[in-house]
Design a binder for this molecule. Structure first.
Ligand code: GLN
Length: 493
C-alpha cells in the first residue's frame, strides 16, 4: 500500500472522499512520522489526538453518507503563533512558556470547521522575528535538506521554519505560516515547497500573536500550488473580530486554477537585479521568465524605483509596531512572571521581560522604541511611512503595465545554521525580495523552481495585484508544471 505520508492535501481529500483509505489511517501515518522526526525539532507540541479526532469525524461523516467538508481527513501542522484552545501556545518565546489559550484563533478555527485536524504546534523564530529559525527559545529547527557530502545543518528559513520543515520532510501535507516580511515565502523557497501570503486582510489576524499588525498575514505552506489554493480557501474569510479583515467572499481559487496565461502580462522589475546576486539565481529567474512566456504570457520590464528603500523602511516599521505589540508581555497577564524578592511592579516588568524575551526580540523592541521616541519619530518612523507609500505607489504604477510580477524569492539558497546569526544585518538582507510586497499588502507566493549547484532548492516569487490571489496561483501553477520540481530531502522520504 502507498505510504500515505507521501500524499498531499488534494490527494488525501480525494482519497478519503472516494474511500481509497480511511482518514484515521492518514492521521496515524502522519502522527507516526511526526513522532519519528523529533531530531528536526519542527514541532513544539504534538497533538496526535486532535488529528485522530478530526479523522474519526471525517470517517463517520462518510459512513453516514454526508457530504464531506473541504479538508475532511486532512491533518495539518499549526505554526505556534496561532492561539489554539487548550493547547500550549508560545510564539517560541520563554515569556509565553506555560500559556494555554482559552480561545481559538480565527484561522485555526476556520481550518477545524473545514474538517482539518492538527498534528501539532510548529516551531518558529521567536515572535516570528527572524529568517532562519535560530531565534526560537526552544532550539532551532533543522532543515531536512543537506548539501551532498556535507553534514552541516542548514536553516529551514524563517520565521515559519517549523512549517517549512514539516511539509518538506513529509511530516504534514500542509501547514499554516504567517508572513510579515517574507516568513512564508523565504522558508518555502529554502525547502522546496510552495507558500502564499494573501492580500493583507484576507485572513483574520484575530488570535494570531501579533508581531507587526499592519504587515502580519497568515497563509498556507504546502507541497504544491493546488494544495495552497485549497488550504487558503479554508483559512481566509471576513472576521468581524479583526478590524482590518476584508469584508469579501472567499473566491473558489482551486476551481479557477488555470495555466493558460494568454493575454496576461508578466512584469520583471529591473531593480531586483541586486548587486552580488549569485549567477544561479539570475539564471533561474531567466528560466522562470521563459516558462511564463511558454505559458502564453507577454513579458515586460517594469520599474519599482523605491525598492532599495524597502528593507530599511521595513526594519523601522516592523520593530516600531512590535515594540508596541509586545508591551503586553509584562508578567501580569500571561506566561512567565519573574518577581524578585521584595520587588516593585517596575522591577517585575523589567525582570520578566529581561528573562522572557530572546536577544533578537529585545533588539527589535529597542529599535522600535527608539524610532518611535519623541526626538526621533519624524526622522525615522514618519520617514519610513512615507517610503512605504512610495513603494505601494511603485507597485500600483507597475500594475498599470502588467498583471503579475516575477522575481526570485530570496537572494540565496538555504545557508548553514550559525552562518548569519552573529550578523543581524546579513540576516535582514535575506528579506530583500520579500519585504516590498509586504509593505504594499500584496498577495505573493513562492514556488520551487530548481536546485542550486549544491542540490538545494531555489524559489521563484510571484507578486500580484491586490486581491488577485488567482493570478498569483495561476502563474505559480504554470511555473510548477514546467519546472517539474520533484526533488525531496532524501533521508526523510
Ligand atoms: N525575516 C523577517 C523578519 O525577521 C520577516 C519575518 C516574518 O515575516 N515574520 O522580520
Amino acid at each position: 500500500m502507498t505510504d500515505l505520508t507521501t500524499l498531499g492535501i488534494a490527494a488525501i481529500r480525494d482519497g478519503v472522499r472516494d474511500g481509497q483509505f480511511k482518514a484515521r489511517e492518514v492521521a496515524e501515518a502522519f502522527n507516526a512520522k511526526v513522532a519519528g522526526a523529533r531530531a528536526l525539532n519542527a514541532f513544539l507540541v504534538e497533538t496526535p489526538d486532535h488529528a485522530l479526532a478530526a479523522a474519526d469525524a471525517a470517517d463517520a461523516a462518510r459512513a453516514a453518507g454526508e457530504t464531506l467538508k473541504p479538508l475532511a481527513g486532512v491533518p495539518i501542522g499549526m505554526k505556534d503563533l496561532f492561539a489554539t484552545k487548550g493547547v500550549a501556545t508560545t510564539a517560541a518565546s520563554k515569556i509565553l512558556e506555560g500559556f494555554v489559550p482559552p480561545y481559538e484563533s480565527t484561522v485555526s478555527q476556520n481550518l477545524w470547521n473545514a474538517g482539518a485536524g492538527m498534528l501539532g504546534k510548529l516551531n518558529l523564530d521567536q515572535f516570528a522575528m527572524g529568517s532562519s529559525n535560530e531565534t526560537s527559545a526552544f532550539g532551532n529547527v533543522i532543515s531536512p535538506w543537506r548539501r551532498p557530502n556535507d553534514t552541516a545543518a542548514l536553516a529551514p528559513g524563517g520565521s515559519s521554519g517549523g512549517s517549512s520543515t514539516a511539509v518538506s520532510a513529509g511530516l504534514a501535507p500542509g501547514a499554516t505560516g504567517t508572513d510579515t516580511g517574507g516568513s512564508i515565502r523565504q522558508p518555502a523557497a529554502f525547502t522546496g515547497i510552495s507558500g502564499i501570503k494573501p492580500t493583507y486582510g484576507r485572513c483574520s489576524r484575530w488570535g494570531t500573536i501579533a508581531f507587526a499588525s499592519s504587515l502580519d498575514q497568515a497563509g498556507p505552506m504546502a507541497r504544491d500550488v493546488r494544495d495552497c489554493a485549497i488550504m487558503l480557501e479554508a483559512m481566509a474569510g471576513f472576521d468581524a473580530k479583526d478590524a482590518t479583515s476584508l469584508k469579501l467572499d472567499v473566491p473558489n481559487w482551486e476551481a479557477a486554477l488555470s495555466t493558460d496565461l494568454k493575454g496576461k502580462k508578466v512584469g520583471v522589475p529591473k531593480e531586483y537585479r541586486v548587486d552580488g546576486m549569485p549567477g544561479e539565481i539570475e539564471a533561474l529567474w531567466q528560466q522562470g521568465i521563459d516558462w511564463l512566456r511558454d505559458a502564453g504570457a507577454e513579458i515586460v520590464e517594469v520599474s519599482l524605483p523605491h525598492t532599495k528603500y524597502a528593507l530599511p523602511a521595513y526594519y523601522i516599521i516592523a520593530p516600531a509596531e512590535a515594540s508596541s505589540n509586545l508591551a503586553r508581555y509584562d508578567g501580569v497577564r500571561y506566561g512567565l512572571r519573574d518577581l524578585p524578592e521584595g520587588a516593585g511592579l517596575q522591577d517585575m516588568y523589567a525582570a520578566t521581560r529581561a528573562a522572557g524575551f530572546g536577544d533578537e526580540v529585545k533588539r527589535r523592541i529597542l529599535i522600535g522604541t527608539y524610532v518611535l521616541s519623541a526626538g526621533f519619530y519624524d526622522a525615522y518612523y514618519t520617514q519610513a511611512q512615507k517610503v512605504r507609500t512610495l513603494i505601494a505607489r511603485d507597485f500600483e504604477r507597475a500594475f498599470g503595465e502588467c498583471d503579475v510580477l516575477l522575481t526570485p524569492t530570496a537572494p540565496s539558497a538555504a545557508f548553514a545554521l550559525g552562518e548569519k546569526q552573529a550578523d543581524p544585518l546579513a540576516m535582514y538582507l535575506n528579506d530583500v525580495f520579500t519585504v516590498p510586497a509586504s509593505l504594499a499588502g500584496l498577495p505573493a507566493m513562492s514556488v520551487p523552481g530548481g536546485l542550486d549547484k549544491d542540490g538545494l532548492p531555489l524559489g521563484l516569487q510571484i507578486i500580484g495585484k491586490p486581491l488577485d490571489e488567482q493570478g498569483v496561483l495561476n502563474a505559480g501553477l504554470a511555473i510548477e508544471q514546467r519546472a517539474g520540481f520533484t526533488a525531496r530531502p532524501q533521508a526523510w522520504w
